[in-house]
Write a protein that binds this ligand. Structure first.
Ligand code: 26V
Length: 812
C-alpha cells in the first residue's frame, strides 16, 4: 500500500494469464496444495481467495479514504444477516467474472460447477435478515462509511426437508468445511461480562461498579461488502463467543476431571452456537438475551475503539456515530452505552443520556403483538443486573416527563412504562428503543402509520417528529442481475446501457417498449426459459408462487382453499377450458409453530391427491420446494408469473419478496397490506390484482365480532373445500387446519375467501390474453424502480442518519 512509504501494491491479475497465475500462487501458497492433488474443494477455495483479493485491495483503499476523512459512520446492529451466496456476487462486483471463467476453463473446470460448492451463510430467519443484507449492499454502493455488526452463529437457520409430507429440521453447519470469505481478527477480541452483582461507588449517586460472574470473549471476523459500480468495500463484522483463559479450571484438570475443567468454556461458546429459528414469537429464553447482549457489548466497544482512532473526548461521539437498531434485538445497546459512559468513563448521567439518545435510531419490523420483545424482569436481573438498574433510572426520569406532559393520566403512564406489570413484570424492549433513540421508523407507509396510530401511539403523541417511514427495498444486483441474467440483458439492451443497476428508477424507460410486439415476444420467451430452468412444472402453465416464512397471518391456508376449490371445479367439469397452473410454495415454519407446520403438511397432502388424480393433474400441480433460502429465491423469483401477497391487511409490516417478484415481472395478487400498497400505486391498479378487506375493515370486523362459520354456511364452494378436508379427501390430513379456520380464524381467512377466489378468476381472464399479460408484466418491472435498496439507503441517509458519501480514490 502506497500510504506512507511509497510502496505500491503488486497489481492483481487483470488478464486471463495473470488471473491463472494468481490462481496458481493461491493454490500453492495459501491453500498449500498442488494442481496434481487439488480437489474440487481446493478449486473452490482457491478461486474464492483470488476473487476476494480484488475486493480486499479495494477495501484497503476504502479504509484509507475513511481514515483520511474521519466521517460520520453508520453502524448497523442486527442479530441476523442473510447475505446469500458470495462467489457469484463477488465475481460480478469485482469485475473478474469473464477472466475467471476463462482461467478456470484452462484447468478443465467451469464457474458453475465451482459455484455449487459455495454455501450461503444462513445467519437469519427471513425478511429482517435479508433486509439487513440488502441495506449493507446498498450502503457500500452509495459510498456510505458503514459497518454491519452481527453474530457469527456456528449453526444458521435449520435445513428444511420433507418427511412424510411434513417439515423436518436438520442442522445447518454452514462453515463446516471453512469459509473463504471471512477474515478472522482475533486481535480485536472483546471481553463481555454476564451475571454477578453491582456495588455502589462512594461519593456518587449514579455510578456503580458491576462485578460480573461470568466472562466471555468475543472474537470478530469480517466479511467484505462491496459496492456495485464504485470502489467502496465496507464490512460486516460478526462476533463469535470463546471461553476466556479463566474459564479453564486448572484445579479440576489437575484432579483428572478433564471434561469438567472445560465446561465453563463450552458454556461460553454456546452463546454463538445457534440462530434462534422462531421469528415473530418471543420465547423469553435466557440464552437469546445472552446472544443479544453479547452482540451489543462487543460491537459498542469496537465502535468506541474505532471512534478513538481519529477523535478525542465524547462531545463529537454523536456527530461521528449513528447506530441503527435492526428491530429491538440489539436494544440493550441503549443501557449498555449508558453504563459505559457513566460507570466506566465517568460522565454525569445527563450528559451520557444526551449522547446516547442522539446516537441511536430504531427500526421496527412488526405489528404483531406477540413479536414485540419483552423480557421477564427476573431474567434480566440475574443476567444483567447493572443494566436493569440503568433501565429503572431511565424509566423513572422518562415517566416523570410523561406525567408533566399529561398530568393525572395514569393509564397512559402505565402503557408507556418501559416496565410492564401484568401478568408479570417484564422489560418492554420496544418502549426502551423508542425512549432511547432519536428516530423511529416503520418499513412501509401503512406500517409506519399503524405504528403511529396504534402500537406506538402514546409515544407519537409525545414526540411526533421522532416517527418516520422508510419503505424497504431490495438489491437489484442480486435479485435482477445475478438471479435473472436473461432479463437483465434484455433490459440493458432496451435502455441502451446498464446504468439502471445503480439507478433503478431508469426502468421506467421500459414503459415505452410495452407496445413493441417483438420486445414483448422476447420478454415472454425469457419468462418461459426461466421456468424451464426452474423445472417444477409445465413452463406454459401459469406459475403461481407463494414463497415466504410460514405464518398464519401470511395466510398460506387461503391459497390452499383456493387450490381445493380449483380441484373441485375441474373435477365437476373435466372437459372445461381450464387454465393450467403450477402452484409453488416454499418457506420454513418455526420448529415449535405447530399450526404453521400443519399447513405445510396439508399443502403436501393436497398436492399428492391432485397428482394422483388423472382428471385434475393435467391442469393443476402443487409443488412444495424444500429449504427455501436466498439461493432458492434467486431461482424461483425469475420464473414466477403470479406473486401471492395475501396476508391479512394490517399484519405484514412491509414484505420484500413482493418487491423482488414485481421487479422480475410477476403480477401480484394481494391485499392492501405492507408495501403491496406502494407497489400497486406505482405499477398501476390495472396491473395489480387487488382483493380483500383493508386494515381498517379487518379491525372493525374483529371488534364487531367475527363468525367464520357464517362464511362456511353461506358459500357453497368454501363449504365444499372445508368439507373435503374433514371428509379425509387429503389422506386424513388437515383437520387441525380446518378446525382452526372454523373455530377462531384469527386472520379472517374465510372472510376474504370469496373475494380472493373471484380475484383469481380475474387473474385467469388476464392470463388467457398473453399479450395483455406480458404488457402488464413489463409495466410491473418498469415501475418498480422505487423498490431499490439504494433508494431506501438514500432515505435513511438523508432523513435519519444525516450522512454524506465518502468517495474512494481509484488508485493508490
Ligand atoms: C422477531 C422475533 C420476535 C421475538 C423472538 C425472536 C424473533 C426473531 C426474529 C424476528 C423478526 C421478525 C420480524 C421480521 O422479520 N419482520 C419482517 O421484516 C421485514 C423487513 O422489514 C418485512 O418486510 C416483513 O414484513 C416483516 O415481517
Amino acid at each position: 500500500m502506497d500510504l506512507r512509504q511509497g510502496i505500491g501494491l503488486r497489481k492483481l491479475g487483470r488478464t486471463v494469464d495473470e488471473f491463472q497465475q494468481d490462481l496458481l500462487s493461491n493454490l500453492y501458497f495459501r491453500r498449500g496444495t498442488t494442481v496434481e492433488s487439488a480437489s474440487m474443494r481446493d478449486a473452490y477455495e482457491t478461486l474464492s481467495l483470488t476473487v476476494r483479493d480484488h475486493l480486499a485491495e479495494r477495501r484497503a483503499r476504502t479504509a484509507a479514504a475513511h481514515y483520511a476523512s474521519n466521517p460520520r459512520w453508520v453502524y448497523y446492529l442486527s442479530a441476523e444477516y442473510l447475505l446469500g451466496a458470495q462467489l457469484e456476487q463477488n465475481l460480478l462486483y469485482s469485475g473478474t467474472g469473464e477472466i475467471a471463467a476463462q482461467a478456470v476453463k484452462s484447468f478443465g473446470l467451469t464457474l458453475e460447477e465451482i459455484e455449487e460448492l459455495d454455501v450461503e451463510p444462513g445467519l437469519g430467519n427471513g425478511g429482517l435478515g435479508r433486509l439487513a443484507a440488502c441495506l449493507v449492499d446498498a450502503m457500500a454502493t452509495r459510498d456510505i462509511p458503514a459497518v454491519g455488526y452481527g453474530i457469527r452463529y456456528d449453526f444458521g437457520i435449520f435445513k428444511q426437508s420433507l418427511a412424510a409430507g411434513g417439515q423436518a429440521e436438520g442442522p445447518d453447519d454452514w462453515a463446516f468445511q471453512g469459509n473463504p470469505w471471512e477474515f478472522p481478527a482475533p486481535d480485536d477480541r472483546q471481553t463481555v461480562g454476564f451475571y454477578g452483582h453491582t456495588e455502589p461507588v462512594p461519593g456518587s449517586s449514579t455510578r456503580k461498579v458491576w462485578v460480573p460472574g461470568e466472562i466471555v470473549l468475543g472474537e470478530p471476523s469480517h466479511m467484505l461488502v462491496p459496492g456495485y459500480g464504485t470502489d467502496t468495500v465496507n464490512i460486516v463484522r460478526l462476533w463469535r463467543a470463546r471461553g476466556s483463559e479463566a474459564s479453564f479450571d486448572l484445579s479440576r484438570f489437575s484432579a483428572g476431571q478433564y471434561a469438567e475443567a472445560v465446561q465453563e468454556a463450552v458454556r461460553a461458546e454456546n452463546i454463538s452456537k445457534v440462530l434462534y429459528p422462531d421469528d415473530s414469537t418471543e420465547l423469553g429464553r435466557e440464552l437469546r438475551l445472552k446472544q443479544q447482549y453479547f452482540l451489543v457489548s462487543c460491537s459498542l466497544r469496537d465502535i468506541i475503539r474505532r471512534f478513538r482512532l481519529r477523535n478525542e473526548g465524547w462531545d463529537d461521539f454523536p456527530e461521528k456515530t449513528v447506530i441503527q437498531l435492526n428491530d429491538t434485538h440489539p436494544t440493550i445497546a441503549i443501557p449498555e452505552l449508558m453504563r459505559l459512559l457513566v460507570d466506566e468513563y465517568e460522565l454525569d448521567w445527563d450528559r451520557a443520556w444526551s449522547i446516547t439518545r442522539r446516537t441511536f435510531a430504531y427500526t421496527c419490523h412488526t405489528l404483531l403483538p406477540e413479536a414485540l420483545e419483552t423480557w421477564p424482569v427476573h431474567v434480566f436481573e440475574r443476567l444483567l443486573p447493572r443494566h436493569l438498574e440503568i433501565i429503572y433510572l431511565i424509566n423513572m426520569l422518562f415517566l416523570r416527563e410523561v406525567e408533566e406532559r399529561f398530568p393525572g393520566d395514569v393509564a397512559r403512564v402505565s402503557r408507556m412504562s418501559i416496565i410492564g406489570e401484568h401478568p408479570e413484570r417484564r422489560v418492554r424492549m420496544a418502549n426502551l428503543a423508542v425512549v432511547g433513540t432519536e428516530a423511529v421508523n416503520g418499513v412501509a407507509e401503512l406500517h409506519s402509520k399503524l405504528l403511529r396510530e396504534t402500537v406506538l401511539n402514546d409515544f407519537a403523541d409525545l414526540w411526533p417528529a421522532k416517527f418516520q417511514n422508510v419503505t424497504n427495498g431490495i438489491s437489484p444486483r442480486r435479485f435482477v442481475k445475478l438471479a435473472n441474467p436473461r432479463l437483465s440483458d434484455l433490459i440493458t439492451e432496451g435502455l441502451g446501457d446498464d446504468g439502471w443497476l445503480m439507478d433503478l428508477e431508469r426502468l421506467a424507460e421500459l414503459g415505452s417498449l410495452a407496445g413493441d410486439a417483438s420486445f414483448l415476444e422476447r420478454w415472454r420467451a425469457i419468462k418461459r426459459a426461466n421456468k424451464v430452468d426452474l423445472a417444477v412444472g409445465d413452463p406454459d402453465s401459469l406459475t403461481d408462487v407463494m414463497i415466504k416464512r410460514f405464518h398464519e397471518y401470511k395466510r398460506q391456508q387461503l391459497k390452499l382453499l383456493h387450490i381445493i376449490t380449483l380441484y373441485h371445479r375441474i373435477r365437476a367439469n373435466p372437459g372445461g377450458d381450464w387454465v393450467p397452473r403450477t402452484v409453488l410454495f416454499a418457506g420454513k415454519a418455526a420448529p415449535a409453530y405447530h399450526a404453521a407446520k400443519n399447513i405445510i403438511r396439508l399443502i403436501n397432502a393436497v398436492g399428492a391427491t391432485i397428482a394422483a388424480d388423472p382428471i385434475v393433474s393435467p391442469y393443476l400441480k402443487v409443488v412444495f420446494a424444500e429449504n427455501y433460502n436466498v439461493s432458492l429465491a434467486e431461482r424461483i423469483v425469475p420464473a414466477a408469473d403470479l406473486s401471492e401477497q395475501i396476508s391479512l391487511a394490517g399484519k405484514e409490516a412491509s414484505g420484500t419478496g413482493n418487491m423482488k417478484l414485481a421487479l422480475n415481472g410477476a403480477l401480484t395478487i394481494g391485499t392492501l397490506d405492507g408495501a403491496n400498497i406502494e407497489i400497486r400505486a406505482r405499477v398501476g391498479e390495472e396491473n395489480f390484482f387487488l382483493f380483500g378487506l383493508d386494515a381498517f375493515q379487518a379491525a372493525e370486523l374483529q371488534i364487531a365480532g367475527y363468525r367464520p362459520w357464517e362464511h362456511y354456511e353461506r358459500d357453497p364452494e368454501l363449504r365444499e373445500a372445508l368439507d373435503a378436508i374433514n371428509a379425509g379427501l387429503f389422506g386424513g390430513v388437515g383437520h387441525d387446519v380446518a378446525d382452526s379456520l372454523l373455530g377462531r380464524d384469527e386472520y379472517l381467512t374465510l372472510a376474504d375467501y370469496r373475494a380472493y377466489v373471484d380475484c383469481q378468476d380475474e387473474v385467469e381472464r388476464a392470463w388467457r390474453d398473453q399479450d395483455r399479460w406480458t404488457r402488464m408484466s413489463v409495466m410491473n418491472t418498469a415501475n418498480s424502480g422505487f423498490f431499490s435498496a439504494d433508494r431506501t439507503v438514500a432515505d435513511y441517509a438523508a432523513r435519519i442518519w444525516r450522512v454524506a458519501p465518502v468517495p474512494v480514490a481509484k488508485d493508490h
